[in-house]
Ligand binder design. Sequence first.
Ligand code: AMP
Length: 179
Amino acid sequence: MLSEEENIKKYLESVIRTIPDFPKPGIQFKDITTLLSDKKALQLTTQALCDPYHNSDCDIVVGLESRGFLFGTNMSEVLNASFVPVRKPGKLPSETISESYDLEYGTDSLEIHKDAIKEGDRVIIHDDLIATGGTAFAASKLVKRLGGVVIGYSFIIELGFLKGREKLDHEIIESVLIM
Ligand code: AMP
């Protein structure tokens, strides 16, 4: 018999849709819009993301553009923390710092407001999915440059075969589902 936790994971996995060859051939895209439109899954996902962090004394959840904003703000509310967005270049209106990271072809970069994090702030970095880990790693560099302390990472889905967690070099990496 499955435990309650295993049943929840099975349920969440069942409401995530995999779209082959999107946005390009060879990518199995994990579509969470089907999870978002299921109100039970929405609640269970927020709970599962927050469970490991209730006693973490977190000050800020940093959410990564754009799907990291969806549950990142939910997590902030539950964990009594604030929320800070990390965005693609040119989207944030005030003074920013930026970090570049490698893509399969070329590079991309991420930005954060310079005044969004203070020295010593305890930060959880959240995104919907970790693949190679490049995005989350670039976000961690932004947080650290502003003096923040990364207490952990949080993902709904981890593509385990891509070994993104090895890039993060951190003890606390919590993924609800490893697929
Ligand atoms: P990475 O930097 O390789 O860890 O890629 C993570 C980012 O790309 C996240 O913001 C994800 O939303 C997105 N991403 C990468 N691969 C997928 C996938 N197979 N399905 C959905 N989103 C993906």
